[in-house]
Design a protein around this ligand. Structure first.
Ligand code: CA
Ligand code: CA
Length: 131
């Protein structure tokens, strides 16, 4: 999905094998575990309903056979830790709302639901080795 919510992303690349990664403002980066051949005639598709072993980072199954990045990496360092909690807490305490990094579930509110997502993923030891 493109940043404006439309499906598909267009980039100009030389044909070849590429590692794909998907990032989001407050989730761990998803990176595929194998390279994918891309060319003008082979756009490639990354199917998030395919097997969970296609990702390098730990993912969470959000519904049957659908995987997503783990939420809670507010400072984008590749780990869900107390440093992220302090960012969330600052937003929560200030009563912020809208498109903020503290809104982990995307409902426009910074609430205890977001804290619970952070806690669940922090307890799961969510993180990836920075590279
Ligand atoms: Ca983090
Ligand atoms: Ca929220």
């Amino acid at each position: 999905m493109d940043i404006d919510g439309t499906l598909g992303v267009s980039v100009e690349l030389e044909p070849g094998h590429y590692s794909l990664a998907v990032g989001h403002r407050n989730h761990l980066m998803l990176k595929n575990s194998t390279t994918q051949y891309l060319s003008p005639t082979n756009a490639g598709v990354w199917d998030f309903t395919a097997d969970s072993g296609q990702y390098e980072a730990a993912v969470v199954e959000v519904e049957s056979s659908v995987w997503a990045a783990r939420a809670g990496d507010l400072n984008r360092d590749g780990f869900v830790t107390t440093r992220d909690y302090f960012i969330w807490y600052g937003s929560y305490e200030a009563g912020q709302s809208g498109y903020r990094v503290g809104d982990l579930d995307g409902d426009g509110l910074i609430s205890l639901q977001d804290y619970n997502l952070w806690l669940s993923n922090a307890r799961a030891g969510a993180g990836a080795s920075p590279d």
